[in-house]
Design a binder for this molecule. Structure first.
Ligand SMILES: [Zn+2]
Length: 376
C-alpha cells in the first residue's frame, strides 16, 4: 500500500530544505503547505515568543473517519529541525539500498524520516479509505537545541491519550520504554593568582583544585541506569601565573530521578569539600533538562505498539535508552509517549544514513498503529 517512490520523493523534498536548529521558518512553511494540501488543519503555536527559534510547533488535527469517533485519540510526533552541518543537503539512494547525503552534510533522516512516514501514511489512508480514530501530528521545533519546542508546547493542545515519537535509532520495531532524566551542571572554581615562579605560595591554583575534585567524582557509567560526564574544562593562561579560575560543564543522567540527584549531590560535595581544603571558592548549579520516563509492558501505548510491530512482521524489542527525546517531555506532561526506532544510523554525523526499507517499514508501522487503535 505504501508507495515507495512517492515516500522517497517526500523524504528527499524535506531533507533538501535547510532547517538547522533555530532557523526553522522555511521547513515549517513547507510542512504547513504539505499538510494543508492533504486537507488537514495545521496550527502553529507561539513557541517563537518563548524560545529563540524562528518557527512554532505545528499541531495537526485529523478528525476520525466516520464511525471511528470513539476510538482512543493518539498522536505521532517528530521534530523538523536538524543538527549542523545541515545546509544544502544532497540526498541520494545508493545501490546498496541506503539513503545518504553527499558526505558534506548530515542527511537529516533525524527526524525527517518520521515526517515523511507520517505524510505517506496519511496519503495511503486517504487513498484506501481506511478507518482511523482521531489523530494528531505534533511536529516540533528546536528538538536538537534541547527539546525546546516540546518543552514550551502547551499540553492542553494535545487531546490524544497516548503518543508515538518517531525519533530513535535502532530498526523499526525497537520500542523505547524508558529513557533517563538529565541534569545539566555548571561548576566554577575561584582560586587566587600569583606569580608561579616568584611567589606561588600566595596563589591557589583553580586547576589543581578542580582536578582534585573531579578525581573524586563518580563519572562514566555509574550503574545500569545512571551515567555522568564532564564535557568541558576550561580556564588558565600563561604558565607563569597561578590559575585563578576554572569553569566546568558536566551532566548526569539516570532512569530514576532520585539516583540522578544522588550523583549530582556527590559531585557537589566533592567540589565544595575539595575547594574548602585548598581555601578556594567554588560553586555549582544544576538544572533538570527533562524528566525521565518509564512505561510498563501493560501500558496501552506499549501494547498497541507491540501489536503494530508484529503486524508488520517484526519482533518488538523493548529497550531502555541512554538519551532523552521529545518523548521524555510529553511523558512529563502526562501523556504516555513511546519513542520508537526509525532505522536511521550514525545520526549527527555526515555519515548519517537510513535504508529505504526502514523508511517503508516505518510508514507501515504508523499505519499498523492506526489500525491497531481502531481494532482495540
Ligand atoms: Zn531526533
Amino acid at each position: 500500500m505504501v508507495q515507495q517512490e512517492r515516500l522517497l520523493q517526500t523524504f528527499f523534498e524535506l531533507v533538501r530544505i535547510d532547517s538547522e536548529t533555530t532557523f526553522e521558518t522555511e521547513i515549517a512553511s513547507a510542512l504547513t503547505l504539505r499538510w494543508t494540501e492533504l486537507g488537514l488543519r495545521v496550527f502553529e503555536d507561539d513557541a517563537p515568543s518563548k524560545i529563540k527559534h524562528t518557527a512554532g510547533n505545528l499541531i495537526i488535527n485529523w478528525d476520525a473517519s466516520s464511525g471511528c469517533e470513539a476510538v482512543t485519540p493518539i498522536f505521532f510526533t517528530s521534530h523538523f529541525d536538524t543538527v549542523v552541518p545541515g545546509k544544502g543537503i544532497q540526498p541520494r539512494l545508493d545501490a546498496d539500498g541506503y539513503i545518504r547525503s553527499d558526505g558534506k552534510t548530515i542527511l537529516g533522516a533525524d527526524d525527517k524520516a518520521g515526517l515523511a512516514a507520517m505524510i505517506e501514511a496519511v496519503q495511503v489512508i486517504q487513498e484506501q479509505g481506511l478507518p482511523h480514530g482521531p489523530i494528531q501530528f505534533v511536529l516540533t521545533v528546536g528538538e536538537e537545541a534541547g527539546l525546546n519546542g516540546a518543552r514550551v508546547l502547551d499540553a492542553s493542545l494535545i487531546h490524544a491519550k497516548m503518543g508515538f515519537a518517531l525519533d530513535s535509532n535502532g530498526p523499526v520495531g525497537d520500542l523505547i520504554v524508558a529513557a533517563p532524566t538529565q541534569a545539566k551542571i555548571k561548576m566554577e572554581v575561584y582560586g587566587r593568582s600569583a606569580h608561579a615562579g616568584v611567589n606561588p605560595e600566595a596563589g591557589i591554583s583553580a586547576i589543581q583544585v578542580a582536578s582534585k575534585a573531579i578525581s573524586q567524582m563518580q563519572l562514566g557509567r555509574i550503574d545500569a541506569e545512571t551515567t555522568a560526564n564532564i564535557g568541558k574544562f576550561s580556564g588558565g593562561g600563561p604558565t607563569n601565573i597561578v590559575c585563578d579560575y576554572v569553569e566546568i560543564d558536566a551532566e548526569a543522567r539516570s532512569i530514576r530521578l532520585e539516583r540522578m540527584q544522588e550523583v549530582v549531590e556527590q559531585m557537589r560535595s566533592a567540589l565544595l569539600k575539595t575547594a574548602e581544603t585548598f581555601q578556594a571558592q567554588a560553586k555549582m548549579t544544576d538544572e533538570i533538562m527533562y524528566p525521565a520516563y518509564r512505561l510498563e509492558e501493560s501500558d496501552h501505548v506499549v501494547q498497541i505498539a507491540e501489536r503494530a510491530v508484529r503486524q508488520i512482521g517484526r519482533i518488538p524489542q523493548l529497550l531502555i535508552s541512554g538519551g532523552g527525546s521529545d518523548a521524555n517531555v510529553f511523558n512529563g506532561k502526562g501523556i504516555p509517549t513511546l519513542n520508537v526506532g526509525v532505522g536511521y544510523e550514525h545520526i549527527h554525523t555526515t555519515k548519517e544514513q537510513i535504508p529505504l526499507t526502514e523508511l517503508v517499514a516505518l510508514t507501515d508501522f504508523v499505519l499498523a498503529v492506526i489500525s491497531q487503535t481502531v481494532e482495540a
